[in-house]
Design a protein around this ligand. Structure first.
Ligand code: SF4
Length: 120
């Protein structure tokens, strides 16, 4: 596992009230410039068909993904089967973070803490 974790942000179509206080591009830029990640990327809605296709195209066994979005249980339910099809175990390789209803600063801190724990 040579590569650093990748941060994936699911932005819930951009219409979700839960992300009303989140400055998306500030979050993405702070993560990619200040934190120990390979890179970061935004998807508009990972829990629908093209999100499933995204995971199957993009994810690789053994790599780690910190995923900002909704409730971790929801993420697990929505992503685990698509990931399992390509040999990626949700519980081993995905760190799901609920970033809803947070300020940009709080969301940045939550991602930073998750990455610090992962990179220990
Ligand atoms: S996975 Fe969660 S955050 Fe992403 S679009 Fe679906 S409900 Fe919204």
């Amino acid at each position: 596992m040579a590569e650093k974790p990748i941060f994936v942000m699911c932005y819930c179509t951009g219409e979700c009230p839960g992300f009303r206080d989140l400055n998306l591009w500030q979050l993405m830029n702070r993560v990619r410039t200040e934190m120990d990640v390979e890179f970061d990327i935004v998807h508009p809605q990972l829990c629908v068909d093209d999100g499933e296709r995204f995971w199957k195209y993009f994810a690789r066994p053994g790599h780690r993904y910190v995923v900002g979005g909704c409730d971790p249980r929801m993420q697990r339910k929505m992503f685990k089967d698509a990931l399992a099809e390509i040999g990626v175990d949700f519980d081993q390789n995905i760190v799901p973070l609920d970033l809803r209803n947070m300020s940009t600063e709080d969301a940045i801190d939550k991602v930073r803490q998750a990455l610090a724990t992962l990179n220990k």
